[in-house]
Write a protein that binds this ligand. Structure first.
Ligand code: SIN
Length: 516
């Protein structure tokens, strides 16, 4: 039975940052696919850091909580923006190459809802790929990296997390015991049909933590990115907000710039506002485009986006890219404190899987890679001070008893995505949410307690996880009878101060409850 001091589930930037900073510990990184299959690798725009001459952490802090509709956990936001700037400069010192001007100064670009140019980027629009690869090379030297094994269930003994059971494509189960387990497996983009996330992001880490008794919070807050490349009714990939930061504007097919009248920041308003405006245009029968004609040398500044457009037959000479909003980021997740600790002893979470509250009800652009770096380091520094003893007493349950076959009734991924898109999407209503909750319950209640997930195939486990996450998002959205950030209720379109700072917390041992 493999044993390790610290087990990290996931291979994106938060996972790698934690692995890099863990000192004097044996570290195993587990990922269900190849290590490159993460949302961090797809992140385009960059990393927000208040390092420009007229910028300050206070301004970054203010922009973060305004975009988050004042739902943010303020202490953690202060940690994010203060430690974030230092972190970027440290990575530059370690040799990470961000884009610079002809004098070698870091280029800082602008994105929505930022009042300063503060986005560092790499490879033009390949920031996530560049920094994730850079960290991976460093982590490889010290951690054991296991690919193509899916974490299917946490091991909990005397209420303490002591590791995880994994399954590989051939159906082989393996038990990994660890003194500490960190979930860094990302959010749940694939529960929606239109998403910027990689298809493997089916909410596995969050659902698994829920089954183990971890508290989840803020699950109703879903960020839809306004501009995904849209063709033949499908969202194909992300068109970074940095494109608007460099001067692109949104227009409908008549050439009307509809954002001007909606928000003082126009095309660079917070993402929830821009996404709803585009959604409304489309509902009214209009098509929406990003007009990039004002950006000089677009292909040099945005090589990844240029390639994606050309691969999909978009004529960039004309300068109009068809766009639509798609699920991009989960603001909620496994509830953690500033060290990544959850309510389950020895279980931690970091990155999009976690909810530290830094993003509030709507994440500020380019704060997610920053969160991965800062909180990955915080978790690692916290654990580096702990004694480890390689837990090995978990031998109570033999894995041989699982046959790996189970005729469980679960919906297809497409059915789940249709329900989430049509009933729990950008605009929500009581009746639609009630329908979604009932639909998910018909599977969740039946299957959740009666079977053991270790008997499911990987594909079945993903679908069960998607059902669990869909059900929790729908329930949380139904209970929040106001609109705030990434949660918009047509029947309650205004913010309600009674909900201000109220976090909806859900735990399998409890019903949903509201806490601060
Ligand atoms: C983008 O490049 O627009 C995405 C970056 C982010 O989500 O912060």
């Amino acid at each position: 039975m493999p044993q390790t001091d610290v087990l990290i589930i996931g291979s994106g930037l938060a996972a790698l940052s934690a692995a890099y900073y863990l000192k004097n510990k044996q570290v195993t990184v587990l990922t269900k696919s190849s290590w490159v299959e993460s949302n961090s690798m797809l992140a385009q725009g960059g990393i927000a850091a208040a390092i420009g001459p007229n910028d300050s952490w206070q301004s970054h802090y203010q922009d973060t909580i305004e975009a988050g509709c004042f739902h943010n956990q303020e202490n953690n936001v202060a940690l994010l923006v203060q430690e974030g700037s230092r972190e970027i400069l440290d990575w530059v010192e370690r040799g990470m190459t961000f884009d610079v001007d002809e004098n070698g100064r870091l280029l800082l670009s602008k994105e929505g809802a930022h009042h300063h140019n503060r986005i560092v980027h790499a490879g033009g629009d390949a920031t996530g790929r560049e920094i994730t690869q850079f960290l991976y090379k460093k982590v490889c030297e010290k951690a054991h990296i296991v690919e193509d094994e899916m974490a299917v269930d946490l091991l909990v003994d005397h209420n303490q997390c002591i590791g995880v059971v994994t399954k590989n494509k051939e159906g082989k189960l393996t038990t990994y015991t660890a003194d500490y387990t960190i979930i860094a497996s990302g959010g749940c983009g694939a529960v929606y049909g239109h998403t910027s996330n990689t298809h493997v992001i089916t909410g596995d880490g969050i659902a698994m933590a829920y089954r183990a008794g971890a508290k989840l919070s803020d699950m109703e807050f879903i960020q839809f990115h306004p501009t995904m490349l849209y063709q033949n009714g499908k969202c194909i990939g992300l068109i970074s907000e940095a494109v608007r930061g460099e001067g692109a504007v949104l227009k409908n097919q008549l050439g009307e710039r509809f954002m001007k009248e909606i928000h003082e920041l126009g095309d660079l308003a917070p993402r929830d506002i821009v996404s709803r405006a585009i959604f409304d245009e489309m509902k009214n029968g209009n098509s929406v485009y990003l007009d990039i004609t004002k950006i000089s040398q677009f292909e040099n500044r945005f090589p990844t986006i240029t390639k994606m457009c050309l691969d999909n037959g978009i004529n960039l000479e004309k300068g109009w890219i068809p766009v639509a909003p798609g699920m991009h980021f989960l603001m909620g997740g496994i509830q953690t404190n500033e060290h990544g600790e959850t309510n389950v002893p020895h279980l931690l979470a970091v990155g999009e899987a976690a909810c530290t509250g830094v993003h509030g009800a709507n994440r500020l652009a380019s704060n997610s890679l920053l969160e991965g770096l800062v909180f990955g380091k915080r978790v690692a520094e916290f654990l580096s001070t702990k004694l480890t003893s390689s837990y090995s007493s978990y031998l109570k349950e033999s894995l041989d008893q699982y046959r790996g076959v189970c005729n469980v009734e679960l919906p297809t991924k497409e059915q789940i995505q249709d329900i989430m898109t049509n009933y729990v999407g950008i605009l929500r209503t009581q009746s639609e949410l009630e329908y979604a909750v009932k639909w998910f319950e018909s599977y969740q209640k039946r299957n959740f307690w009666d079977f053991n997930v270790k008997d499911f195939t990987i594909e079945q486990i993903e679908r069960l996880n998607m059902v669990t996450i869909g059900w929790i998002i729908s329930m949380s959205a139904l209970k929040r009878t106001e609109s705030r950030g990434g949660h918009f209720r047509k029947d309650y379109p205004a913010q309600n101060n009674d909900f201000w700072k109220q976090r909806q917390v859900i735990c399998c041992k409890d019903d949903i409850h509201v806490g601060v």
